[in-house]
Design a protein around this ligand. Structure first.
Ligand SMILES: C[S@@+](CC[C@H](N)C(=O)[O-])C[C@H]1O[C@@H](n2cnc3c(N)ncnc32)[C@H](O)[C@@H]1O
Length: 346
């Protein structure tokens, strides 16, 4: 029951516009209602423990903080949750950590810090957009990545603090992110074709035509299971890379066009959406289905396509348009196939 409810709220969470119906926000904008939902969602242990038990995630942050926070630094921990990253920073010798969270989870963070003998952390219960400090800080620490990278308002929240409260030349940890949108074939056992593609023991559904339902979630699937994806058709490469030190939300392209040359022939079932966070040369965290040591608690999305079969050497020209990067329901995609040119034999 609890899991079913959890799954239901995860589904609502991925849709800020829908989450807006469930939560009473001070103002009526979808953003304000999403903030309210987000605070509620992270208040329970169930969500926090999934993140804390994600070993690659915690190893990545522990290493990043150990390498890049210097003794004496003043740090904002944006969205401190149970206070774990603030504690790592304090243990590293930070002079002061401002651990901000708008969720009720913060009262547990305070108890945990006392129990673990953590000092130099000031817990602040508010949304980061309201945070004011007498002096700017050296470092902004955060974990604001959603399944589709931008769907937990990372860019809005971090850039707001960067522009108001980070010293010139200060550090955002992590700051560099790659977004992937890779053509994939799904595992035959797990693949769910569109209904008009089905023939079940001779019962043919093609007469339903290719009329797509209106529900936006019909267009994408979520999975945390790496086996869901059989293989990538091409060589994965980022479709967008951002550095939070320099990016401005208004400058983020809302249309991406990219091409993959098919290396591994097969059926195109959709595009796997996932991300990689990079801190320095060898320190990275990935949520991709084929990433070695992937961070398991993040789901990856499959943007479904009509069935299309590709041979090695074919090219897939993909067009992705985005209404808002924070809402996958506003994303739309299409592709054009360019067949490989076969040299005539002699
Ligand atoms: C993904 S959790 C990460 C928690 C913790 N930093 C960790 O790494 O385990 C994100 C946390 O940020 C909080 N949060 C998200 N946006 C926020 C904002 N703009 N201001 C304050 N808290 C925020 C949520 O309530 C949640 O506890």
């Amino acid at each position: 029951m609890r899991r079913a409810v959890g799954r239901g709220w995860t589904w609502v969470r991925a849709r800020p516009a829908l989450a807006a119906w469930f939560f009473d926000a001070e103002d009526d904008s979808p953003e304000a209602r999403f903030r309210e939902f987000n605070g509620w969602y992270f208040a329970n242990f169930y969500e926090q423990e999934k993140m804390l038990a994600d070993r690659p995630r915690m190893a990545f942050y522990h290493a990043a903080i150990t390498r890049h926070i210097q003794p004496g630094d003043r740090v904002i921990d944006l969205g401190t949750g149970t206070g774990i990253l603030a504690a790592f920073a304090a243990r590293r010798g930070a002079a002061q950590v401002y651990a901000v969270d708008h969720s009720e989870i913060l009262r547990h963070a305070k108890t945990l810090a006392v129990a673990n003998g953590i000092q130099k952390v000031e817990f602040i219960s508010m949304h980061s957009s309201k945070l004011e400090l007498a002096e700017p800080v050296d470092v902004i620490l955060h974990e604001q990545m959603g399944d589709c990278l931008f769907d937990e308002a990372m860019v809005t929240n971090v850039c707001d603090l960067r522009d108001r409260l980070l010293k010139p030349g200060g550090l955002i940890l992590p700051s560099c992110f790659d977004l992937y949108c890779e053509p994939v074939k799904l595992n035959d056992v797990r693949h769910v074709p569109h209904i008009w593609e089905l023939n079940v023991h001779g019962y043919d559904y093609s007469s339903l035509g290719r009329q797509r339902p209106q529900e936006p979630d019909y267009y994408h699937l979520r999975s945390c299971d790496p086996d869901f994806v059989d293989h990538f058709l091409g060589e994965p490469e980022p479709v967008m890379s951002v550095d939070l030190h320099t990016i401005n939300e208004a400058d983020m392209a809302l249309e991406l066009n990219f091409t993959r040359t098919v290396l591994n022939a097969g059926r195109l079932d959709g595009y796997a959406v996932y991300f990689r966070a990079r801190v320095d040369g060898d320190l990275a965290l990935g949520s991709g289905p084929k990433d070695v040591g992937r961070a398991p608690h993040w789901g990856f999305r499959i943007l479904r396509t009509d069935r299309d079969d590709f041979a090695a050497g074919d090219q897939i020209d993909v067009r992705l348009t985005v209404g808002r990067w924070t809402e996958i329901d506003t994303w739309r995609w299409s592709h054009v196939k360019r067949a490989a040119v076969i040299e005539a034999g002699v």
